[in-house]
Design a protein around this ligand. Structure first.
Ligand code: EPZ
Length: 422
């Protein structure tokens, strides 16, 4: 397994191109199953999770072809077997988002239950509730979700809000299924993430009739058939946020080419409060430090609230800022795998249930650390960029799931970072 070695202390300078959004690419690749014929998706990030989704589509019988310029074409063809095996689902929970399209298209599908992961139990009750409301019969048998729709799915009024707010992939699954249902579906308590808007836009290009993308109320008028379409994925707001934090903590000046300011308002708000200057530019976003960083308080919430996928990265910034900051993790109360590794680097963090109290002013020092999940691993890279001495991060396959060529991009910004094959 590869390792990443970083020698901290270099202020980052220059510009970095932000890749296509992982969390948009995955449901949109699944949505191509809804049509007959070849859809072409561009600005696809080159990530392990995208390769896993391609493997799932191929296992179903689809033809998937990547071309050099970040494009992927998918032709579902005659889907041979509507079965998504556990060995693929357990490597990527997002596999669950083929459930809605396959149910709508084929009327029967078996997908391994994704189970949980290090950031939490990851239930799918809202996905199943929404699909049942559309008329599907769903049982959990021997670790598989067995879904049947004897007749065509039927539109319905569905409330999808859960005890942790809306569900992104739950909304995606039900919205995709509803596009081919008979009649009108209203999803209340829908997720408003930009990735849901991107998916709705792609579905409409395929001939679906989805209204309200980006609001909590989606209205979908079912149609008989969807056509393949072409679409460019939106930029990855979490990758962009990660590089913004890197610019802030190293005291540099970083330009994020292609980043969409309007997708990052909550993150910009907190970074400005911490002392960063964030400017909109015609190519994207520019960040540089105005004064010494000061600690802020973060509560993670569904979009447009502060994104849980940026919590670990902000914890690094708070660790080295002046003052004490409190993090309240309202989406995944256990999403603190990064804390133990940051403590090894000299951070001063006390965890209390879904809260973490971060005492700033830490002088981080490099150490051998272990990546555990995607965003926790990104936090370890950030900590390594500012730590005194050398940080060695193992199990970087976690990073490769969601960050395209991270060591190349950081090297181009002046970081002393390299990947070694173990
Ligand atoms: C998406 O996961 C993202 N993944 C996650 O990003 C992100 O952290 C999450 O949304 C929240 O923003 C993709 O889009 C591929 P949810 P998703 O359903 O859709 C609870 C990353 O690092 N819930 O919005 O699986 C759930 O437990 C990944 O890129 C239910 O209770 O998350 C959580 O507390 C990590 N029942 C909350 O809702 C359900 O049926 C939000 O989960 C579904 C979810």
């Amino acid at each position: 397994m590869d390792k990443i070695i970083i020698t901290g202390g270099e202020p980052l300078k220059g510009s970095v191109r932000i890749s296509g959004a992982k969390n948009s690419a995955l449901p949109i690749m699944a949505a191509t199953l809804l049509a007959e014929g070849t859809s072409v998706i561009s600005n696809i990030p080159h990530l392990r999770d995208v390769e896993t989704m391609a493997a799932i589509l191929r296992a179903l019988g689809a033809k998937v072809r990547f071309s050099g310029d970040s494009r992927v074409s998918v032709n579902p063809g005659k889907l041979i077997q509507p079965l998504v095996p556990y060995d693929l689902v357990r490597t990527m929970r997002a596999s669950i988002c083929v459930l809605g399209p396959l149910l709508a298209k084929l009327g029967s599908v078996k997908v391994a239950h994704p189970g949980g992961c290090v950031i939490g139990p990851r239930p799918i009750d809202l996905h199943l509730k929404g699909l049942r409301k559309l008329g599907a019969k769903i049982e959990i048998e021997h670790g598989y979700i067995v879904a049947e729709a004897k007749a065509r799915l039927k539109g319905s009024e569905i409330y999808l809000g859960g005890s942790f707010g809306s569900s992104v992939l739950g909304t995606a699954n039900v919205m995709m299924a509803a596009t081919l249902a008979k009649g009108r579906t209203v999803i209340e308590g829908a997720a408003c993430e930009p990735e849901i808007v991107d998916l709705a836009n792609f579905l409409n290009k395929m001939g679906a009739k989805v209204k309200g993308g980006g609001t909590h109320i989606l209205q979908i008028q079912g149609v008989k058939k969807l056509e393949p379409a072409e679409h460019a994925i939106i930029p990855d707001r979490i990758e962009a946020g990660t590089y913004m934090v890197a610019g802030a903590i190293t005291g540099g000046e970083v330009r994020l080419k292609g980043a969409r300011f309007e997708h990052l308002q909550a993150v910009v708000d907190k970074l400005e409060e911490a002392g960063l200057i964030v400017n909109r530019t015609k190519e994207g976003i520019k960040v540089h430090l105005r004064a010494k960083l000061k600690a802020v308080d973060i509560t993670t919430l569904p979009y447009p609230g502060f994104p849980t996928d940026m919590q670990a990265q902000m914890m690094v910034l708070m660790s080295i800022s002046e003052g004490i900051g409190v993090i309240i993790e309202r989406i995944y109360p256990d999403r603190f795998m990064h804390v133990s590794e940051l403590l090894r680097m000299g951070a001063n963090i006390m965890r209390e249930g879904p809260r973490a109290i971060v005492k700033g002013g830490a002088k981080l020092s490099g150490a051998p650390v272990m990546a555990s999940d995607l965003r926790a691993s990104a936090a370890l890279v950030l900590a390594g960029l500012v730590a005194e001495g050398e940080t060695e991060i193992s199990r970087v396959y976690h990073l490769d799931r969601g960050y395209e060529r991270i060591e190349e991009k950081f090297s181009k910004l002046g970081a002393r970072i390299r990947r070694v094959e173990e």
